[in-house]
Design a protein around this ligand. Structure first.
Ligand code: AMP
Length: 411
């Protein structure tokens, strides 16, 4: 079966077509600058194969509808195309950022689901409307093909109240649903499943700490395969130090800045999301640039690295306490998969908790999952490349197959 995965943003649409038999990518594309004069669609066809090629067009792309039509044309292109007709696509999976409390799992999209995603717009005003644009257009263009919404928040819906309720007036939760939701759920769930399989264990018997370190960063405590705590909160700002996002700060800083620096709340919010984190400390948000600068003696770049890895270590300790028994730590995403220095600093000195990194192995470059712990380490340490598109494709197919099974069983 072929699965089309769509990640629709406010001015872009990422898409990937996967052949699920053998789980390989047929095409991977991006529609960008939707609505601008010089829009662009680019698509890598048959990546990694001897027939690999790229299609690229620069033209005005008026709206999401136009962008999606172009994506469909590229996939069916007479010369370079990977399918002869849209009907070859068996399922379409949509990445949706916020499912609020309504969605605990991937869900087949119908009008009720669209309305529920719409109701969650106040929780993700930048992301959910763009995700909905993609869903509406795809439903029009691909009628009759099952479409599934896979939510970034769904995996964390198992987090118990003691970990998802903030110590604020409870009424804020009751009236406005102010609580921890968590994000990166598709990635945490994917690497948790892969890690359990690599350790030869059932996921339902595995406790682990999943450490997603990319431009956005989050950590998740996974107990018997279920998320029981995570560092991102009601919005994707809380927790670890990220590329441009602050992570945890004293909430009273808002008022202090208002009074002493004359900043209003909109400015403070923009600062915390766009000008903080690694960038806030040293002016750079890409970890590769930070290492280069630190190597040349830039003290603030070194400090940014220290602040981020110290926070990582603090959260690992906290989640060790939450879980009691931990089978593995899993590093994933751009930094987690590629940066031995960040990994080493994040676990340095945790030998007393049974975490022992093999520093030589840690220095290798990995394209595939790899273990990094010493033979004596009580807790295993893994690098597992995340693959959100594959995770969405797998989940979408599984939901559609379950629904078919239930329908057949009823007949
Ligand atoms: P992601 O959000 O998962 O795509 O991760 C993006 C981030 O990963 C970039 O901003 C870099 O900071 C980081 N990154 C990517 N490649 C490397 C690398 N080879 N070494 C260190 N950091 C990297």
């Amino acid at each position: 079966m072929k699965a089309l995965i769509i990640n629709s943003g406010s001015s872009s649409i990422k898409f990937q077509l996967l052949e699920m038999e053998g789980e390989h990518v047929l095409a991977s594309g991006l529609v960008e600058r939707i609505g601008e004069e010089a829009g662009k669609i680019s698509c890598l066809m048959r990546p990694g194969s001897s027939a690999q090629s790229t299609i690229e067009k620069v033209t005005k792309i008026t709206d999401h509808q136009h962008g999606m039509v172009m994506a469909g044309e590229v996939l069916c292109d007479e010369q370079e195309g990977v399918v002869r007709s849209r009907q070859e696509i068996g399922v379409i999976g949509h990445r949706v950022v916020h499912g609020g409390e309504a969605f605990h799992q991937p869900t087949i999209i119908d009008d009720t689901v669209v309305a529920a995603i719409e109701r969650n717009i106040p929780l993700a005003p930048l992301h959910n409307p763009a995700n909905l644009d993609g869903i509406r257009v795809a439903r029009q263009l691909f009628p009759g093909i099952a479409q599934v919404a896979v939510f970034d928040t769904a995996f964390h819906q198992t987090i118990p109240k003691r970990a998802h309720i903030y110590a604020l007036p409870y009424e804020l939760y009751e009236r406005h649903r102010v609580r921890r939701y968590g994000f990166h759920g598709t990635s945490h769930k994917f690497v948790a499943g892969e890690c359990a399989a690599l350790m030869g264990k059932r996921l339902s018997e595995t406790n682990l700490i999943s450490i997603h370190l990319g431009n956005g960063c989050s950590m998740s405590a996974v107990e018997q395969g279920r998320s029981v705590d995570t560092s991102l909160g009601m919005t994707p700002l809380e927790g670890l130090v990220m590329g441009t996002r602050s992570g945890d700060v004293d909430p009273a800083i808002h008022l202090f800045l208002q009074r002493t620096a004359g900043m209003d709340l909109v400015q403070i919010d923009a600062m915390l999301n766009k000008d903080s984190g690694l960038k806030g400390i040293c002016g750079l948000n890409d970890m590769r640039d930070i290492h280069d600068a630190a190597g040349k003696g830039d003290e603030l770049a070194s400090l940014a690295l220290e602040v981020q890895t110290y926070r990582n270590k603090k959260y690992i300790g906290a989640y060790m306490a939450v879980l009691g028994r931990v089978d593995a730590l899993v590093f994933t995403a751009g930094i987690g998969e590629n940066d031995p220095i960040v990994r080493e600093k994040s676990v340095a000195g945790l030998e007393h908790l049974g975490i022992e990194l093999d520093v030589e192995k840690n220095l290798q470059r990995f394209k595939q999952p790899a273990s990094l712990h010493t033979a004596e380490s009580r807790v295993q340490i893994w690098v597992i490349p995340t693959n959100e598109e594959l995770a969405i494709a797998r989940e979408s197919i599984s939901v559609v197959e379950d629904a078919k099974y239930l329908k057949d069983a009823r007949q």
